[in-house]
Design a protein around this ligand. Structure first.
Ligand code: 5GP
Length: 204
């Protein structure tokens, strides 16, 4: 199978992980990039599945070692993507899926160029986002406010994305995501154009 890179962004509470889980059986082999963060684990979150939870000092050591493909400060905490597992998954022909913020999306595009396909996932309105964050009950009111403020900023970067998925009903959002994820494997890597043409002409 073709490998590919799919970056997902959107406010916390947009339903990104729910959508990925619902679509998991329909998008072929993929690697969900588990980020490293300095934020506290939420109830039910599992080390190594949702995130690698580390201290600020450990994170900064990782930066110094050059472990991260990209990292950013979001809501006052560090979040970063480790480079090695991403390289491995790509070499195994997997679709690599990132759930990262708009700063991370810009950095991944800089590093990985135009093989990147991206989608911004959002509830239909800011009001709806607020409702969903409150229903989740896993964040303190001030944390929810921080996320709302951040979402108001992040939405301004929506034009930087290839696709937008409005998560109104999970079924529709899932179907849109499946279409985008499967297409991401067929994105032309323009850095490989010369090689492809040569191979094509020579019939190898
Ligand atoms: P949460 O705390 O709700 O899990 O995530 C907060 C925000 O951080 C979300 O917008 C999420 O996409 C972003 N995020 C998670 N992991 C990473 C990462 O590795 N890099 C970057 N740049 N953002 C991340």
């Amino acid at each position: 199978m073709h490998s590919g890179v799919l970056v997902l962004s959107g406010p916390s509470g947009a339903g990104k992980s729910t959508i990925i889980n619902a679509a998991a059986d329909a998008i072929g082999e993929f690697y969900f990039s588990v980020s490293t963060t300095t934020r506290e684990p939420r109830e039910g979150e599992i080390e190594g599945v949702d995130y690698y939870f580390v201290t600020k000092e450990e994170f900064e050591e990782g930066i110094a070692r050059g472990d991260f493909l990209e990292y950013a400060t979001v809501h006052g905490n560090y979040y970063g993507t480790s480079l090695l597992p991403v390289k491995k998954a790509l070499s195994e022909g997997k679709l690599v899926i990132f759930d990262i913020d708009v700063q991370g999306h810009r950095l991944v595009r800089e590093v990985m160029g135009d093989i990147v396909v991206s989608a911004f996932i959002t509830p239909p309105t800011l009001n709806e986002l607020e409702k969903r964050l409150q229903l989740r009950c896993s964040d303190l009111p001030e944390v929810i406010q921080k996320r709302i403020q951040n979402a108001k900023e992040e939405i301004k970067a929506i034009h930087e994305y290839d696709f937008v998925i409005i998560n109104d009903t999970i079924e529709d959002a899932k179907n849109a995501f499946i279409a985008i994820a499967n297409a991401a494997r067929y994105k032309m890597d323009k850095r490989e154009t010369e090689k492809f043409i040569k191979m094509w002409l020579e019939g190898k």
